[in-house]
Ligand binder design. Structure first.
Ligand SMILES: [Zn+2]
Length: 496
């Protein structure tokens, strides 16, 4: 009898342990939160059903919805049905919606993230895309709540429905919220506050506002995790993170894990901060912003946009092939951008180091030929001032930092799509001439200090000749070794 009682106690203990661990599994995974994870819709658990007898005949099955994964714009969903009387089950797929309507309640960081989003989604096959951003510069959650609760209208409501962004000024949050049947509302805390737990207290009020006012009863709330500043950023709030980029990244991640992940109202995290941090481990380095904290207009914004696309549509990161026409160099950055976004999707909250360590590693050079160009020392081109190379009277002082091509090149020699690769620490300044012996009367290009510059129609503006000068950047005196400049700028010419 004693042994029997012991066995009973052991069995009960085992059951308790099992129940406890089953409960644990129902919690959100701590590392990755993405849309499309399974939601149980029925009380019936698989373990309970296994104990039931098989139904005597197929006609006896009584199926009920057991779990559901909602479809996304580019990803099928599925509904699992299980028989309430036996183990039998089947799955029905829900077709991808091909439609995405998102509204961000944000600031300039969500501006950066959504700038290219419409085109990225379209090029991947989303048929209907509506992107909205409620913008107030540096707006915190507290400020958003204050504007919402007092019905104030300080927002610029940027809305893109057909590829053209329209700015609607003096908007109230509620009017934008009810302007469309949004699929997703994206929330975001300012970069300066995102690391401080005390700044999230209004979140529950904002959730209630969305519940009460959104016109789509199935609207999902998404959290956007911002990126850390550039290491040398002069942003006024950088001292909150001891002016330490890594510390800023880790602090923001920690707050998301502590405060956002446990929130039932949040359906997914957009890990832009991790995607940007991943990109910084590639050859791009810590050169992703335009002012120390806002993303640069081309590949910086594209990286955040692609991260939003991946989370919100469930689409393949490699699918979008649209390149912003005004930033053609994004094409050359694309492999590093995609690698960074895939890493962030796989590991939302930790850095995945890049394997792309040089600019040339990042793209396929098989269709290009490296140009050997001859250079003159201590001289430069200026397409607005002169048709010939300018040589300073002295080899020292402020004007001694350039080498330049020994002649102009025609666009027959360097066609559209020619790629200039410029190493960090150097600048290539490309000059353009309408014809070989005509000065240019448009705006002179400021020079490229990023790895890639791609010769485009937009840049040439009707010109048919180019020449270029190379200097160190920031400017230093390189007169002792002009030859050292040459290998830092490489020109790849497309070959047919
Ligand atoms: Zn059955």
């Amino acid at each position: 009898m004693k042994i029997r009682r012991l066995i009973t106690i052991c069995a009960l203990l085992a059951l308790l342990v099992c129940l406890f661990s089953c409960e644990k599994q129902d919690e959100l995974p701590s590392d990755t939160t993405t849309l499309g994870s399974e939601e149980k819709t029925d009380e019936l658990q698989e373990t309970e059903r296994e104990e039931l007898e098989e139904c005597p005949s197929p006609d006896d099955h009584e199926y009920a919805e057991e779990s559901r994964v909602d479809a996304l714009a580019l990803k099928e969903g599925e509904i699992k049905y299980g028989c309430t009387k036996c183990k039998s089950e089947y799955t029905e797929s829900i077709p991808a919606t091909k439609s995405l309507k998102i509204l961000a309640l944000g600031n300039s960081f969500t501006d950066d993230s959504t700038w290219h989003l419409w085109n990225i989604c379209k090029s991947a096959g989303v048929e209907e895309v509506i992107v909205g951003n409620l913008y107030v510069g540096n707006c915190t959650l507290d400020q958003h709540w204050s504007y919402i609760s007092t019905s104030k209208n300080p927002y610029i409501y940027r809305k893109t429905t057909d590829g053209k962004r329209v700015d609607n000024e003096n908007f109230r949050a509620v009017d934008a919220l009810q302007d469309e049947d949004w699929d997703f509302i994206v929330l975001h805390q300012t970069s300066g506050s995102a690391g401080q737990a005390s700044t999230y207290s209004k979140l529950s009020f904002i959730f209630k506002f969305i519940d009460a006012k959104a016109t789509n009863p199935n609207v999902k709330v998404i959290w956007h995790m911002p990126w850390a500043y550039q290491g040398d950023s002069t942003h006024a709030e950088f001292p909150k993170y001891d002016r330490d980029q890594q510390k800023m990244y880790e602090t923001i991640v920690a707050r998301v894990q502590e405060i956002i992940i446990p929130e039932d109202k949040i359906s997914a995290i957009i890990p832009s901060g991790t995607a940007i941090q991943n990109l910084r481990t590639s050859y791009v380095g810590d050169n992703v912003t335009r002012d120390g904290y806002h993303l640069n207009y081309g590949f910086g914004r594209y990286t955040a946009g692609l991260t939003w696309y991946a989370v919100l549509t469930g689409g393949d990161v490699d699918a979008p092939d649209w390149i912003p026409p005004e930033y053609p160099e994004v094409a050359a950055y694309l492999s590093a951008i995609r690698e960074a976004v895939k890493g962030a999707m796989a590991n939302n909250f930790s850095v995945t180091p890049s394997k792309i360590k040089t600019a040339e590693d990042g793209f396929d050079l098989s269709g290009y030929e490296l140009l050997e160009w001859n250079y003159n020392k201590n001289g430069w081109w200026n397409c607005k001032d002169s048709l010939t190379i300018t040589y300073p009277s002295s080899t020292n002082g402020t004007y001694n930092q350039n080498i330049c091509t020994d002649r102009k090149y025609s666009i027959e020699e360097l066609p559209i799509g020619t790629i200039f690769v410029c190493d960090y620490g150097w600048r290539v300044r490309i000059e353009q001439y309408p014809t070989e012996n005509e000065k240019y009367d448009g705006a002179r290009h400021g020079g490229c200090i990023y790895p890639f510059f791609v010769l485009s129609e937009e840049f040439l503006n009707g010109c048919t000749y180019v020449a270029w000068s190379v200097s160190s950047w920031p400017k230093t005196d390189i007169s002792a070794d002009f030859d050292a400049a040459y290998p830092h700028v490489r020109v790849y010419v497309p070959v047919n």
